[in-house]
Design a protein around this ligand. Structure first.
Ligand code: ATP
Ligand code: MG
Length: 841
């Protein structure tokens, strides 16, 4: 028997040997599907004498393509001259189009081989143009929102005309028009976007028989991994490439379909057998990756899905250690527990296994923050797949830069980073002018802005945008208390120019005398700033935008995103009140805000804002979160989650007693490259990124309702089934040990009191005989009963719920009572360490 068929079970052998005609290999996780693909490639070359370059294998990510190439190289030896084509869908399409796109030209019309590939910035510029032409206000329809819809349409192979016909509201109709213009503009520019790469290749192979035949002759053997995640254009492409011989082998697992939000369609599996009636369908039932316990646990979870065919999987790796479950008191302890286990594992496995490796998986990117910080405390190096370390993510760096600027307005690097992020109409030319001015007179950019505004050195529009930005930073500084406010005064008002200060004082006094100030009249006159500041504290609401600001917003409304950062509706209980208002406006506004805000942040006079409050203020007032919300793509939601997580980090810092300065230092240290290494044995990644990979030890974290399954899917049965498949993917990455964790209380958007969580339903779906409780510290955060469960529909009605194994209330199993004795006598929020954790606190 061929060496390549040795150590393969009969079904796998069949998958490798059946090289003529269509093959559909459907099998569960870890059953050797990818292994069949790599061995099939080698088999074709070595046993069937197929030239390597007649083979095309397609996967989804560059990482997967690279891994496949390595595996094939290993089997074939590195010496071979020709190599099979191992590509992602997109990289393959670029090759085809660079060579043949001109076959699509009609006469002199059409794209040429030198076409450009537009990235997101280019795409946005085109959409902005389209908005202008259609006279659509880009505040009512954000360019990125339109782009998101256009991409969705393309992934479903819907063209502008069809989009228009299907639209049910004026907004959708507008998008159809934008789509049409966008398409034409790209055509005129000899450009394609990322989605077009697929669509144009499909169009090319459909319309040019000659080209299609050439590719069919060239690539005799086609293989596709992770087939369950193909979308419509990819499916069409597969059919065209398969050609009349249809030597096509697709492998997949419908239980691992996790990309429906990108247009992936499980129907493609069902249609395969229809489109290729002579398909040989092979099922693999042996899992070689995981222990029986892990497999049974994962199988039990996915069995809860109704939309599946169902299949059996067995493993000869009988038994295995039980699935570990750890319920931490809070997110920080959850992360510390993981770091501790990782450390133990690396220490113990180091001697036995050649290459100890483990993975920490999470549902949303923002969850990496706590794990990264914990690993750092343990001095364990880690590596991240498909993303940046938390403090290196663009949006996190932006808000940190805002904070740096609040800390020190003369930090010109920070200023340059955020002055127009999100876009507020401060363009490159304005910045160049300011920087030149700063350079020539030896002042900071901030001071240059000040002078420019005072002496009206730039066109009115630029000045307005700059004042809006300056006000944002000033207000943020004022939040931090009189120290900052006073320092601000000296920053702003050099001895020779007190005009701005005096104006502000006057206005502040005006507000104080406006009936609110009575109780503050004991302040010294010099404290006027603090005085106005405290006035707003006492009332717990904002006085709304300054008139100046609303004027800017109104005047700039035609400019792209100009109103960002100078939002009229944002709520800042700490900002000094500096402008006069008529009584009625203020009172009305006050009433409005009181109604809208259930829990006004009452503070004692003189209290400075906390760090998370500062971040929330910057997130909101800068317009950053709003811009991301409007974008409404999975990526933008993930960015919002990161910004909220940054506020959580700040709350942790606040509790450690850190100042703004110390917090910024901390962030700089965590992101430093020390802890991050490509060779690290610990990999952090989202569940989506973990597809196809395997690790001896896997942690599945944040097993909580609302986190996983994600809150966006809780009321959507289809979405929930996809989350469950994602859980199946995550669990089946584990070879030997699987540990699932959860925090009983978790911070949400910088809250000082973490909120009670409910164990993920997926935990309950695992038979309890497979689960080992790794201990649960008795610690209980000190809350009053009414604070429980507000985020989760009040499921925890009483402060001390009876909990079953997974901490769900009302369960009979493993009943656990929390009593007052558990509480830390000091009344501090208990931070009792999990058993075995060193005293890192
Ligand atoms: P996934 O669905 O997660 O992508 P898969 O079906 O592609 O999984 P592979 O990654 O190909 O599975 O294989 C899982 C593990 O089992 C790998 O370590 C692989 O080397 C091993 N394996 C597969 N088949 C065999 C076999 N016949 N003998 C020994 N080991 C095998
Ligand atoms: Mg695989």
């Amino acid at each position: 028997m061929s060496r390549l068929l040795e150590n393969m079970n009969p079904q796998q052998q069949e998958g490798i040997r059946s090289v003529d005609g269509p093959v559909l290999l459907l099998a569960g996780a870890g059953s050797g599907k990818t292994r069949v693909i790599t061995h099939r490639i080698a088999y074709l070359i070595q046993e069937r004498g197929v030239p390597a370059d007649a083979i095309l294998a397609v996967t989804f990510t560059n990482k997967a393509a690279k891994e496949m190439a390595e595996r094939v190289d290993k089997i074939l030896g590195h010496g071979s001259l020709t190599k099979p084509m191992l590509a992602t869908f997109h990289s393959f399409c670029v090759r085809v189009l660079r060579r043949d796109i001109e076959a699509l030209r009609v006469g002199a019309v059409g794209l040429t081989k030198t076409f450009a590939i537009y990235d997101e910035t280019d795409q946005q510029a085109v959409v902005k143009q389209a908005l202008k032409r259609l006279a659509i206000d880009d505040k009512s329809l954000k360019p990125r929102v339109a782009l998101g819809r256009i991409s969705w349409a393309k992934n479903h192979m819907i063209d502008p005309q069809e989009y228009f016909l299907a639209s049910t509201n004026p907004m959708e109709e507008k998008i159809a028009h934008i789509f049409e213009i966008y398409k034409k503009e790209l055509f005129k520019a000899n450009a394609l976007d990322f989605d077009d790469l697929l669509l144009e290749t499909v169009r090319l192979l459909k319309s040019s028989g000659e080209t299609r035949e050439r590719y069919n002759r060239r690539y005799k053997y086609l293989l596709i991994d992770e087939y369950q995640d193909t979308n419509r254009p990819q499916y069409e492409l597969m059919k065209l490439l398969a050609g009349p011989d249809a030597n096509v082998c697709v492998v997949g697992d419908e239980d691992q379909s996790i990309y429906s939000w990108r247009g992936a369609d499980i129907k493609n599996i069902l249609e395969f057998e229809k489109d290729f009636p002579e398909t040989k369908t092979i099922r693999l039932e042996q899992n070689y990756r995981s222990t029986q316990v892990i497999l049974e646990g994962a199988g039990a979870v996915v069995a809860q899905n109704t939309q599946r065919k169902g299949k059996n999987l067995f493993t000869t790796r009988e038994g295995g250690s039980l699935i570990g479950y750890y319920e931490a008191p809070d997110g920080e302890n959850e992360a510390l527990f993981i770091a501790d286990r990782v450390q133990r594992y690396l220490r113990e496995a180091g001697g036995q296994v050649d290459l100890p490796r483990c993975a920490v998986l999470y549902r949303t990117n923002s969850q990496s923050r706590l794990v990264e910080e914990a690993l750092r405390r343990y001095q364990i190096q880690y590596h991240m797949v498909g993303g940046f370390s938390f403090y290196d993510r663009a949006e996190v760096k932006d808000i940190l830069s805002y904070m740096k600027l609040v800390q020190n307005v003369h930090d010109s690097v920070a200023l340059a980073r955020v002055v127009n992020s999100p876009p507020r109409g401060i363009g490159k030319t304005t910045m160049e002018t300011l920087e030149r001015m700063a350079l020539s007179s030896g002042m900071s950019t901030w001071d240059a802005i000040g002078h420019t505004i005072e002496d009206k050195l730039l066109p009115a529009r630029a000045l307005q945008s700059l004042s809006g930005f300056r006000r944002l930073i000033e207000d943020a500084r004022a939040m931090l208390g009189p120290d900052f406010a006073e320092k601000l005064a000296s920053d702003l008002a050099p001895a020779n120019d007190a005009s701005l200060l005096s104006e502000t004082v006057e206005d502040a006094e005006a507000d104080v005398s406006f009936g609110f100030g009575e109780e503050n009249s004991g302040f010294e006159p010099e404290d006027t700033r603090a005085n106005s500041f405290d006035t707003s504290f006492n009332f717990g609401f904002d006085f709304g935008p300054s008139e100046e600001i609303s004027t800017i917003a109104a005047e700039n409304s035609s400019d792209s995103n100009a109103a960002h950062g100078i939002d009229s509706a944002s709520f800042n209980p700490f900002a000094p009140v500096v402008l006069k208002r008529s009584a009625s406006t203020t009172v009305e506004r006050a009433a409005e805000i009181k109604m809208a805000d259930e829990k006004p942040a009452f503070r004692k006079p003189g209290d400075a804002a906390t760090l998370p409050e500062l971040i929330k203020f910057l997130n909101d007032r800068s317009g950053y979160i709003r811009a991301l919300e409007e974008e409404a793509t999975p990526e933008s939601f993930s960015r919002i989650e990161n910004l909220k997580e940054l506020a959580n980090a700040a709350q942790d810092a606040q509790e450690r007693g850190e100042t703004l300065h110390e917090f910024l230092d901390h962030a700089a240290l965590v992101s430093d490259a020390d802890s991050y290494s490509e060779e690290a044995r610990v990999t952090l990644m989202t569940l989506h990124a973990a597809k196809g990979l395997e690790f001896p030890l896997v942690f599945l974290t944040g097993m909580e309702e609302g986190l996983f399954p994600h809150s966006r899917t809780l009321t959507d049965p289809t979405g929930l089934e996809e989350e469950r498949r994602l859980c199946y993917v995550g669990m089946t990455r584990a070879m030997d040990t699987l540990i699932m964790t959860r925090a009983r209380y978790r911070r949400r958007y910088g809250s000082d009191m973490p909120e009670a969580s409910i164990a993920s339903r997926f935990l309950e779906e695992i038979p309890s005989k497979l689960v080992e409780d790794l201990g649960s510290p008795p610690a209980r955060p000190q809350f009053s009963g009414s604070d429980y469960g507000s985020a989760y529909g009040g499921a925890y009605a009483t402060p001390y719920p009876k909990a079953n194994k997974f901490g769900r209330p009302n369960g009979e199993e493993n009943e656990r009572h929390y009593s007052y004795e558990d509480e830390d006598q000091s009344g501090e929020r208990a931070r009792t360490q999990a058993s075995g954790l060193p005293g890192v606190n």
